[in-house]
Design a protein around this ligand. Structure first.
Ligand code: HGY
Ligand code: MN
Ligand code: MN
Length: 418
C-alpha cells in the first residue's frame, strides 16, 4: 500500500470513527445504557438532521420519502445512480454500529468519491424502521419502498409505545403516509445497491478477517402466539386443575429450540418477547403472548419449523383446556445476492489485498427488499465476539474504511458497465 493510500485510509477511519462518536451521543439516543432511536422520536430526527447537514456539505440533495426514509443523491432524479446505505434506527437495546456504521460509511464513500475526483453518480438511502423498534415491524421502510407490503397490513401497524397507528405517527411527524406507494420512485434510478453492515455473528471475528462478501441473506418469519388459559389463585388452585398459559409458553419455547436444531441447515428459532397476564406473583397466568422469530437460508426448513411450532402450541394449549392462536407479522424469503455485484466486490477485495471471505448473512437487512427490484450486494465487517443488539457491540472504523474502498472500487467497475 502506498503512503498516499495509507493516508487516505487513515483519514477515512478517522472520519467514520468521528461520525459514530457523534451519533452515539446523548442527543441521538433515548437510553443512557444503549443506543435507542426509532421512527419519529426526537433522537431519530436529530440523526437524520446530522446526516442531511453532512450530505448537503458534499453537494448532495436531501429528501425523505412519504414515510420518512432518508434519501441523498448527487444527481438529478431520472439519472442512473448507484445505491449505497443502510439504516440508522436502532434496536431498543442497540449498539452504536448496527446499521449506523453502514450509513456513515456510505457518507465516507461520498467524501472519497469527491476527493478522488471520481464523481460517480450515487444515491444514499437510510431506511426507516429497519429494526421495528417503533412499530414492531422489521424492514418496514424498505418493504414500503419496495412495495412488499399492503394497505391492509400498513393500516394494522401500531406503535409499541402508545398503540396509535403508524399513519398517525407519520402524519404527526409531517409526512404523507397515504402516498406511501410513491416511495418506489427512489429505486427507479438505481443501477445497483451495496449495503455495508456489521456481521452480527462471529465468523469474521473468529477468523480474524476484516471483510465478508455476502452470498445470501437468511429469510425470516415473525409472528405472535396468543395463549388463552384461566387466571386462578396461585395458592388455592391444585396443579391438575389449572389452565396455566405460562406453561404452554414454556413448553413451546423449549420445543422451538428442539425443532430448529432438528431442522439443521442453519435454521434458528427465538422467543424474544413473552408477556404474561395478569402478571402477578400470586395469580396463575390466564394469558400469554409470545413472539416467534424463525430464520434460515433454507425457506422450506423455516416454513416446516414455523408450521410445527404453531401446531405444538395449539396442542399444548388444548391439552390444558385453553387455546393458542398464531398471527403472522411478516415473512421475507431467503434472498441470494446478485452474482455480478458479488463478482465485482470479489475482484475489488482481491485488489485490496486484505483477507476476506464469502459468507451468508444470518441477520435480516433492508437489502432483501431492494433485491426485489435491483441487483444487490452486501459487505460485512466484523464486530467483536459477534456481539450485536447489545450496547456491548463493538466494530472497527478501520475495517469500515477498507469496506468503503472495496465498495467504491466495485461501484466504479459496475457503473462502467451499466
Ligand atoms: O433482526 C435483524 O435481523 C436485524 O438486525 N433487524
Ligand atoms: Mn441492521
Ligand atoms: Mn439489527
Amino acid at each position: 500500500m502506498s503512503d498516499l493510500q495509507f493516508d487516505a485510509r487513515l483519514r477515512s477511519t478517522g472520519r467514520i470513527a468521528a461520525d459514530i462518536d457523534v451519533l452515539s451521543g446523548p442527543r441521538y439516543t433515548s437510553a443512557d445504557h444503549a443506543i435507542r432511536r426509532y421512527a419519529y422520536v426526537p433522537e431519530y430526527g436529530a440523526t437524520l438532521d446530522f446526516l442531511a447537514t453532512e450530505f448537503r456539505a458534499l453537494g448532495f440533495t436531501v429528501e425523505h420519502d412519504p414515510v420518512g426514509t432518508f434519501v441523498a443523491r448527487n444527481r438529478q432524479s431520472g439519472t442512473p445512480v448507484f445505491g449505497i446505505g443502510s439504516h440508522c434506527d436502532s434496536n431498543r437495546n442497540g449498539g452504536a454500529y448496527d446499521g449506523t456504521l453502514g450509513v456513515v460509511t456510505a457518507l465516507e464513500i461520498c467524501r472519497m468519491n469527491r476527493e478522488q475526483g471520481l464523481d460517480h453518480p450515487l444515491q444514499v438511502i437510510a431506511f426507516l424502521e429497519e429494526e421495528g423498534s417503533g412499530f414492531g415491524q422489521m424492514l418496514l421502510g424498505s418493504r414500503i419502498m419496495a412495495g412488499l407490503i399492503s394497505d391492509d397490513e400498513l393500516a394494522q401497524i401500531r406503535a409499541i409505545d402508545d398503540e396509535r397507528t403508524f399513519f398517525e405517527h407519520a402524519r404527526d411527524a409531517g409526512y404523507a403516509p397515504e402516498d406511501w406507494r410513491a416511495s418506489g420512485r427512489f429505486l427507479d434510478d438505481l443501477v445497483g445497491w451495496i449495503e455495508i453492515h456489521i456481521e452480527q455473528g462471529r465468523v469474521l471475528h473468529d477468523a480474524d478477517e476484516p471483510i465478508g462478501l455476502v452470498t445470501a441473506i437468511a429469510g425470516y418469519e415473525h409472528g405472535d402466539v396468543t395463549i388463552e388459559g384461566r387466571a386462578d389463585h396461585a395458592g388455592a388452585t391444585p396443579m391438575r386443575m389449572r389452565v396455566d398459559a405460562a406453561l404452554v409458553a414454556a413448553e413451546t419455547t423449549v420445543e422451538l429450540e428442539r425443532l430448529a436444531i432438528a431442522a439443521g441447515r442453519g435454521t434458528v428459532g427465538t422467543v424474544g418477547e413473552l408477556t404474561l397476564e395478569p402478571g402477578w406473583i400470586n395469580v396463575v397466568p390466564g394469558g400469554a403472548r409470545m413472539s416467534l422469530d424463525v430464520r434460515g437460508t433454507d425457506d422450506e426448513a423455516v416454513a416446516v419449523v414455523m408450521r410445527d411450532i404453531v401446531a405444538f402450541a395449539e396442542r399444548s394449549a388444548l391439552g390444558r383446556g385453553g387455546q393458542a392462536v398464531y398471527r403472522r407479522r411478516v415473512h421475507v424469503p431467503a434472498t441470494p445476492m446478485d452474482t455480478s455485484i458479488l463478482d465485482a466486490l470479489h475482484a475489488a477485495a482481491e485488489r485490496c489485498g486484505e483477507p476476506f471471505r464469502a459468507m451468508p448473512s444470518g441477520a435480516a437487512h433492508d437489502t432483501m427488499c431492494v433485491a426485489a427490484h435491483r441487483p444487490t450486494g452486501m459487505v460485512f465487517v466484523p464486530c467483536d465476539e459477534g456481539i450485536s443488539h447489545s450496547p456491548l457491540e463493538r466494530a472497527h472504523p478501520s475495517d469500515a474504511a477498507l469496506a468503503a474502498e472495496i465498495t467504491l472500487d466495485a461501484i466504479g467497475a459496475l457503473i462502467g458497465r451499466a
